[in-house]
Design a binder for this molecule. Structure first.
Ligand SMILES: NC(=O)C1=CN([C@@H]2O[C@H](COP(=O)(O)OP(=O)(O)OC[C@H]3O[C@@H](n4cnc5c(N)ncnc54)[C@H](OP(=O)(O)O)[C@@H]3O)[C@@H](O)[C@H]2O)[C@@H](O)CC1
Ligand SMILES: Nc1ncnc2c1ncn2[C@@H]1O[C@H](COP(=O)(O)OP(=O)(O)OP(=O)(O)O)[C@@H](O)[C@H]1O
Ligand SMILES: [Mg+2]
Length: 370
């Protein structure tokens, strides 16, 4: 698991940290000073300030949750992420999510995909650890029911031996909708819940969850990141009505509450985030290009920033906001900034890979490494 972030012991007082951690201390102090508008520390006021429906200060959140590059840390402590996705049709989506996690600052990024997708994803990048373990119906259709169950047990066994090591899973980018594969993935979700491993559900993972809402109901460590279609299907299924743009924030809050307090990041012109209590929006300017794959960057980003934000929980002076919400705000803010930068460079030819190339520079601009 990740190590604890350095703890600050109060405003106006710098504790004796290493040079690398003192910059993070300073950043967090500046965040608190801004949040409190120069007043003394007063937690109820801080909680109120963070809990009303409002545009989030994504840059401040990014400064707060991003850990310093501490030479004392070892590999893995900045995050171990696993993407469950990648099938015959889709190899780009899991790659985008997994490589984005690394480019933002995670130490290790795994992909669990089908056997066909694995060599392709490996060929995109040697940085990713690729497990060719998932099976689709076409490869097991000749088997008896008993043998199919054995295949499923084998898939689960392969994921099980890694599960506890992960700080967060991203379930769904490029997963496809094959029934046998989705049944295995629903069991992987149960496994993650058993070990209290947080997961972000995106893409076809949302198709699965919308049809089996119990998979995430009342699991506080689930973040759903629906796009316009995925959100529409969720609203229809859970609230039994149509999307109401006039009352978008209230409807999102109700939806998150109805699913038992999971966090939902509704993607769109403004990204809206709610856990059934607060609603935050991130509207900073991104890019007018809507090329496929930007949601995959976002899901990988949420996994990393959420893992980092969870470490702040043990910091008595850290923001009172829910880490899942902080993770969503940070990922949305960074993606939009990187998309904007990529667009200034590439204009109409801006692609998802160009945005991924801008993640580092965009984060560096907000939160310098040294
Ligand atoms: N480079 C890549 O590899 C990328 C891969 N990507 C991956 O693509 C997957 C789908 O994501 P998406 O964003 O296209 O879903 P969405 O907006 O609901 O669908 C639009 C329309 O298409 C249809 N439809 C979709 N999937 C279907 C299926 N399996 N079988 C049948 N119909 C399907 C859908 O129909 P409906 O659900 O309404 O019946 C809707 O009308 C997901 O795994 C994502 O991660 C993306 O991340 C982009 C980059
Ligand atoms: N109309 C818009 N204006 C500005 N930004 C947008 C708009 N729509 C989406 N975005 C941004 O693009 C990101 C990806 O959202 P999008 O709706 O494209 O996801 P998606 O359809 O799941 O993408 P993917 O192709 O990866 O599956 C969101 O976080 C949001 O910041
Ligand atoms: Mg998507």
């Amino acid at each position: 698991m990740l190590v604890k972030h350095s703890v600050i012991s109060g405003l106006g007082r710098l504790t004796s940290h290493s040079p690398s951690s003192s910059s993070s201390v300073l950043r967090r102090q500046q965040f608190l000073v801004r949040t409190l508008c120069g007043s003394q520390i007063h937690r109820p006021k801080l909680i109120r300030a963070m809990s009303s429906t409002s545009e989030a200060d994504a840059e401040s959140v990014l400064r707060t949750v991003t850990p310093s590059l501490d030479p004392k840390r070892h590999k893995g402590q900045a995050g171990k992420i696993a993407v469950i996705g990648g099938c015959r049709e889709y190899t780009g989506a899991p790659y985008f999510a997994a490589i984005s996690a690394l480019k933002i600052g995670a130490d290790l990024s795994h992909v669990f995909c089908t056997k066909d997708a694995a060599p392709v994803i490996k060929s995109y990048s040697p940085e990713l650890i690729v497990h060719p373990v998932l099976e689709e119906s076409y490869s097991i259709s000749q088997l008896s029911e008993e043998d199919q169950r054995k295949v499923q047990d084998k898939v689960l066994g392969e994921v099980d031996k890694w599960m506890e090591r992960f700080d967060c899973l991203v379930i769904g980018p490029g997963l496809g909708r094959d029934p046998f594969l989705l049944e295995c993935v629903s069991k992987i979700m149960l496994l993650a819940k058993k070990f209290n491993v947080p997961f972000v559900v995106d893409g076809d993972g949302l198709f699965l969850v919308t049809n089996s809402i119990d998979l995430v109901h009342r699991y506080p460590l689930a973040v759903l990141t629906p796009n316009v279609n995925e959100y529409k299907r969720l609203v229809q299924k859970v609230l039994n009505c149509e999307v109401d743009e006039q009352n978008a924030e209230d409807q999102l809050r109700t939806l998150a509450k109805q699913i038992g307090g999971v966090t939902i990041l509704r993607k769109g012109k403004s990204d809206l985030i709610s856990n059934g209590e607060t609603v935050k929006s991130v509207s900073i300017y991104g890019s007018p290009r809507r090329c496929g794959g930007q949601g995959d960057i976002l899901s990988g980003g949420v996994a990393v920033f959420w893992s980092w934000a969870r470490q702040l929980k043990s910091d008595p002076e850290s923001p009172a906001e829910n880490p899942a919400i902080l993770g969503c705000i940070a990922a949305s803010g960074l993606l939009r900034k990187a998309a904007s930068l990529a667009f200034t460079k590439h204009k109409r030819s801006t692609l998802t890979s160009d945005i991924i190339e801008c993640l580092g520079e965009s984060l560096e601009d907000i939160c310098p490494a040294s």
